[in-house]
Design a protein around this ligand. Structure first.
Ligand code: ZN
Ligand code: ZN
Length: 582
């Protein structure tokens, strides 16, 4: 135990090398450094996004030569990895090893099997990375603008290649790409010029920069136009299909279960949740409906209760303020109940969602990447201004007084924000960079239940009912994603699942349908991670017996960084958690 604390506490935040370990460990840590150097050269956009700014001025053209390079890179790395004997590694290196191996297999599979570059027009998009350089204040503005300028040089070639490689694009993804490119071109048409005005860069240079921005904007609009006119007689289905789906699930979620097994567990869980919700609704009924007889249909009964409780919500212009108010309460509760140690030196700021994120309203977290973990975390809140009263009402009912509190738990305390503060302290860049979404989302979902179990919301049945509804959303995300991509679920059944069985507002359900038709597997991360964490905690409880403390579990779990839950499980359930010798 002591060793583990020493190991984690003694490492600087960006250091890859552990202080103890064998010769093998040291060699592996050297290898990791080398790996990352090479990896960033091939993935400059990704590097920018995690705060590694050496290649900010580079835009690679996604042609066949580039893809061959990726496949070859993966092959070389798998060969190098094959020369190590990870059984002798420190636990943290064992995990890194497994993550890298998975990542390299995934990379090859993406190029050779998934072939998204042929059918997903939205997989080509330079705008996000340019917007990031323009809007994130990690370096002085003139420096960022110069990188922006140099990086723009390849934009026309980039889109020419995209147009060449697309074969039978999915229609939904084509429409998405058109919307994203038309919506984002302002970064080059106006935002860049506005930022230039704030600098003392010489006028002649500014003119060159603006000329290039015009070419970039033309290429982007040209791509949107190309997509709109694409002669697409045999578009690929937006449904991924079972075989690709299982593989993608394996690489991306890295669960110990198959997608189908997780789907089956979700179907079971839905039944359990409905049962619990019905019990609570029956109990609450007289308080809200007096002597009116309860509906005989269970789903109708629950739905009526939810609708009634959802009327309690903030006004549209109070949404952000309500979130700001909630956070100190959550902090106090977590501390008072001794659930997990909070780091007061890592501030969380609530801000209006920056325009360039172009989100559908709602909430999200922006956290500093592993290379600039000193930066702030932001709780981004979408604005409801300009919404029709009906749309705003539907949204606010979904994020009613109860759910708003659970949302704050999920996004911030002790959900994403707290988890990511811990992750940035973990002594492994590999785990931060190749963050496992099921672990990250699973933790956020798990933390909601953990808070309510500890008495958050005073055990009010109303709060529990709403939590079940929110938990059901994660469960139905999995059911929906798997059913749509593997079982041909029609849109009508999907909407009915979400509105009737998961009690979602129509607007919420429509939004979810849009998401499932342009993504796959992503929606599985919530329930898969949640379930794996709950199972792990049960086993950890049996293992520690009388010594069990919730806070110990939480902090130990978080200490490994964004690693797949199954690897954290191996580490935590090992006899000696440092060396991991079973
Ligand atoms: Zn209302
Ligand atoms: Zn989340």
């Amino acid at each position: 135990m002591l060793l583990l604390v020493g190991l984690l506490g003694g490492c600087k935040k960006d250091s890859v090398a552990p202080i103890t370990g064998s010769v093998d460990d040291a060699a592996f840590n050297e290898y990791e450094k080398h790996f990352l150097d090479e990896f960033w050269k091939l993935n400059p956009d990704w590097a920018t996004g995690v705060g590694y700014h050496k290649y900010d001025s580079i835009l690679l053209v996604p042609d066949k030569k580039y893809r061959d390079k990726l496949v070859n890179f993966a092959k070389v790395q798998l060969d190098s990895l094959g020369r190590f004997t990870p059984t002798n590694f420190l636990q943290t290196n064992k995990m890194d090893y497994a993550i890298l191996q998975n990542q390299m297999n995934y990379l090859q599979w993406q190029v050779q099997q998934l072939k998204q570059f042929e059918w997903d027009p939205s997989s080509y998009n330079v705008i996000g990375s340019f917007a990031y350089i323009l809007n994130e204040h990690y370096a002085p503005l003139p420096k960022r603008l110069t990188n922006f300028y140099e990086k723009m040089a390849n934009i026309p070639a980039y889109y020419k290649e995209a147009e060449k490689d697309l074969k039978n694009p999915v229609i939904d993804l084509t429409n998405l790409a058109v919307a994203q490119h038309e919506g984002g071109v302002g970064v080059f048409e106006t935002d860049f010029a506005d930022s230039l005005k704030k600098t003392t860069i010489p006028e002649a240079t500014k003119k060159l920069m603006l000329d290039r921005a015009k070419l970039a904007a033309d290429a982007i609009k040209g791509y949107a136009g190309f997509l709109k006119n694409f002669k697409n007689d045999h578009p690929r289905s937006f449904r991924l299909g079972k075989d690709l789906y299982e593989d993608k699930f394996k690489y991306e979620i890295q669960s110990s279960k198959t997608a189908q097994q997780v789907y089956n567990a979700a179907v079971d869980r839905k039944r359990v949740i409905h049962h619990e919700m019905a019990k609570i609704s029956i109990k609450l009924w007289p308080k809200y409906f007096g002597k009116t007889p309860t509906p005989t249909d269970t789903l109708e009964l629950i739905g009526k209760m939810i609708d009634t409780l959802s009327v309690k919500h903030v006004k549209p212009d109070e949404f952000q303020a309500a979130i700001v108010n909630e956070l100190p309460k959550l902090k106090a509760f977590v501390t008072q109940k001794d659930l997990v140690t909070l780091d007061p030196t890592k501030p969380l700021e609530v801000r209006k969602e920056p325009g360039y994120m172009a989100g559908v309203a709602g909430a999200s977290m922006s956290s500093p990447g592993p290379y600039d973990s000193g930066q702030n975390s932001y709780f981004n809140v979408g604005s409801l201004s300009g919404w029709s009263p009906e749309k705003a009402e539907s949204y606010l009912r979904e994020y009613n007084q109860y759910i708003l509190q659970i949302l704050c738990i999920h996004e911030a305390i002790p959900g994403h924000y707290v988890q990511l503060v811990y992750a940035n302290k973990s002594p492994s860049l590999i785990k931060s960079i190749f963050g496992n979404t099921a672990m990250v989302e699973g933790w956020a979902v798990y933390s909601e239940q953990m808070m309510l179990d500890a008495g958050f919301g005073d055990n009010a049945p109303e709060m529990w009912l709403m939590w079940y509804k929110w938990n059901l959303r994660s469960v139905c995300n999995t059911i929906l994603d798997y059913s749509v991509h593997c079982l041909n679920m029609p849109k009508q059944s999907a909407i009915s699942l979400l509105t009737r069985e998961a009690f979602q507002q129509q607007a919420e359900a429509d939004g979810k349908w849009n998401r499932v038709s342009v993504t796959s597997v992503q929606l599985d991360s919530y329930f898969t991670g949640y379930k794996e964490i709950m199972d792990l905690r049960d086993d950890w409880k049996s293992k520690t017996g009388d010594q069990y403390k919730l806070k110990d579990f939480n902090e130990k779990f978080l200490s490994y960084g964004n690693a797949p839950v199954k690897l954290i499980r191996d580490a935590m359930m090992a006899k000696d958690p440092v060396a991991g010798k079973n």
